[in-house]
Design a protein around this ligand. Structure first.
Ligand code: GUN
Ligand code: ZN
Length: 439
């Protein structure tokens, strides 16, 4: 049995800091994380544990903060190459950049090359699990699943479903999309650490027959996820109202097809009313909060406080390529700013919870990942609070853990991710401590 221990400051969560305050947070200023066979075995103060671990090698990471790996609840790998492509709004951006980029994923060689780059970029940024969109092409799913398997990552992905209102060469039929999805579920769902998500792009590009088929696929395959887009943009809302005149709202369109449920993840959820949020919450659905994307595309501000008030779960997400960064730290900073614009607040503790334990809970994986509870898979990150001169200066003056974590989320990016481990295996070797690389 391979065992290793990691000494450093350790932070994880057993509950939501918004509800449970600091009691939600487990913090060891000088802690030890003991990992064996890819899982967390023990966690505690270094002084108490060190004597018990025998000759287990100890990696000294003092000065870094060990946290569970970040979860990105919504990201499009085929949009890696169109990140930072300006457009007046969502629908124009889809036509002008997204569909041309996604067309190229009929080529398995291209898909494999982008998938490898994409996952390495996630890992460099400390993201160890993601809910990933492929394209309509089944080979694009094979490419991302194979790349995730090669890196031993816990990853959920799915083939885009579109059977109307899209370019002809990206358009399928409800029947062919269903048959291809069924085959992909059988090939990939539950294969090692991989999971499958049924992935209708959004209501405008699926016929009622295709949306109904999605619900049947989910009924047939318990444990499979659903991911889609919901209420992102005002033009999109008008389009949906015209296509589904009988529905009370955009949310109600999906509800009528039985698609609101546990393990369903809805990107954006900006233009919702209280009744929408109530239905989403009651169904067990989750919203992916994509602040950099919503700012970049000018879509609007997600009302996180209303979601909290109504018990609607949400998880932060980059939404690359609508989003402008692979970094969950940058994403949390944008989430904070979006909340501030609405007179809401996001603490450093809650931000870190949202990207780890909260996200794992929201997508139904908290029994596997998201915390350092013994038995959880050992996906973790070493954050360096002194990664840049400014971070070093600011965090040195921070009095509390909250203040340091807040500075890290507001000022941090990939440079603050000093090391990354997947199931106990090192994917980004820890850098030497200090801004100039000196220990
Ligand atoms: N709505 C439908 N497709 C997309 C997409 O690819 N990105 C975003 N941000 N919204 C969408
Ligand atoms: Zn998206």
């Amino acid at each position: 049995m391979r065992r290793a221990a990691y000494r450093g400051e350790i932070v994880d969560f057993t509950g939501d800091p918004l509800r449970d305050g600091e009691a939600a947070c487990r913090h060891f200023a000088d802690g030890l994380l003991v990992v064996g066979d890819g899982r967390v075995q023990e966690l505690g103060p270094f002084d108490a544990l060190a004597a018990r671990i025998g000759d287990t090698p100890v990696r000294d990471l003092r000065g870094r903060i060990l946290v569970p790996g970040f979860v990105d609840a919504h990201v499009h790998y085929p949009q890696t190459d169109i990140v930072a492509s300006p457009a007046p709004g969502l629908l124009d951006w889809l036509e002008r950049y997204t569909f041309p980029a996604e067309r190229r994923f009929a080529d398995p060689g291209h898909a494999a090359e982008v998938a490898g780059f994409f996952l390495d970029e996630l890992l460099r940024n400390g993201t160890t699990t993601a809910m990933v969109w492929a394209t309509v092409h089944p080979v694009s799913v094979d490419a991302i699943m194979q790349a995730a398997r090669a890196r031993n990552m816990r990853l959920i992905a799915g083939k885009v479903l579109m059977d109307r209102n899209c370019p002809a060469d990206l358009c399928e039929t409800a029947e062919s999309g269903t048959a291809e999805t069924r085959a992909l579920i059988e090939r990939w769902h539950g294969a090692g650490r991989l999971g499958y998500a049924v992935t209708p792009r959004f209501a405008p590009t699926s016929t009622p027959a295709q949306l109904a088929a999605c619900a049947r696929l989910l009924d047939e395959h318990p444990g499979v996820w659903l991911q889609s887009h919901l209420a992102e943009n005002a033009d999109e809302l008008r389009w949906v109202a015209g296509l589904f005149p009988d529905a009370r709202s955009y949310t109600d369109v999906y509800d009528r097809f039985g698609l609101l449920r546990g393990r369903s993840v809805w990107a954006h959820g900006i233009h919702l009313d209280d009744a929408d949020r109530e239905r989403l919450a009651a169904s067990g659905a989750t919203v992916a909060f994509c602040p950099t994307s919503n700012l970049f595309l000018g879509s609007g501000l997600f009302d996180a406080a209303a979601a909290d008030r109504q018990g609607l779960r949400y998880a932060p997400a980059t939404d690359v390529g609508g989003g402008t960064s692979f970094s969950m730290l940058r994403t949390l900073a944008a989430a904070h700013d979006v909340m501030r614009l609405q007179r809401q607040a996001l603490s450093g503790l809650r931000a870190l919870w949202l990207a780890t334990h909260g996200a794992a809970q929201a997508i139904g994986l908290d029994d596997r990942i998201g915390s350092f509870e013994p038995g959880r898979e050992a996906d973790f990150v070493a954050l360096d609070p002194a990664a840049t001169p400014l971070l070093a200066r600011r965090t040195a003056q921070a009095g509390s853990l909250e203040e340091r974590l807040f500075a890290l989320t507001m000022l941090g990016d990939d440079r603050a991710v000093a090391g990354v481990w997947i199931a106990g295996g090192c994917m980004k070797p820890p850098t030497a401590r200090g801004v100039d690389g000196f220990t």
